[in-house]
Design a protein around this ligand. Sequence first.
Ligand code: GRG
Length: 272
Amino acid sequence: MELKSYLLKRQTVINQALEGYLPGIRQTPGSIHQAMRYSVLGKGKRIRPILVLAACEAVGGKPSLALPAACAIELIHAYSLVHDDLPAMDNDDFRRGKPSTHKQFGEALGVLTGDALLTFSFELLSRQNHDSSMRLKVIREVARAIGTQGMIGGQVADVQAGRRIDPEQMEAINRKKTGALIAASVRIGAILGGASAAQYRALSFYGDRVGLVFQLVDDLLDNDGAVKVDGAEAVRRRADRLTRSAQSALTPLGARAEPLKSLAGFILTRGS
Ligand code: GRG
């Protein structure tokens, strides 16, 4: 399949939906709505929402029904970036080729923008066209992935880690900090697509591995994290192995999982 045009099509749909969901700047208080739009719209690969739609598709669901949830995941990702860039965290002045949110709008609005994106993401998750038990499952899945057992927990462990960190600790941090949201993206796509128990298990396995690969590749690109602990060669080999095992897990899903298979390859070989 032609991944480039698939990605472009999905990115366009997601960007249009995000544009429509986010509150307009004329709505009071305009400043925060402007900062939310600034933080979300524009550049961004949209990997996580694309995974939501592709997982839904892989089990025979209609991707358009999973669009609000896919966008909610992107809002959560944007919130994590906005907060991660704050002076109290990584203190980054630039993000996606422009000044980071707190640099553009000030620190207080930076904190509030992250909070607002997170809050709004749950409103979107509750708004979907699915029955309430499915909605509840999705909300629980997302909340778990980004709470103290997931993204926040990983970030806390990262912030508090000493200089000497062993490979197991590193992997535990990666799994939670970045892997959990990616794995949850795949799982909620599966749930919204009406996955059977076996399909959900296969996609969970896939999501877990792809989530880890995402962070390993990030470390390879930045020459940081796992690369400092294990060396680039070992990290590259591990990422290759994990990708192959993620792709094998898709076999029972047949041709409908082709996009997910290509996406795993894209996550492994991406250059940014
Ligand atoms: C501060 C609540 C809080 C959480 C921080 C995920 C995270 C935890 C911080 C993000 C910082 C970071 C740059 C982590 C490395 C992996 C990562 C999330 C990279 C950026 O994701 P991409 O490549 O970015 O999907 P785009 O811009 O394409 O959306």
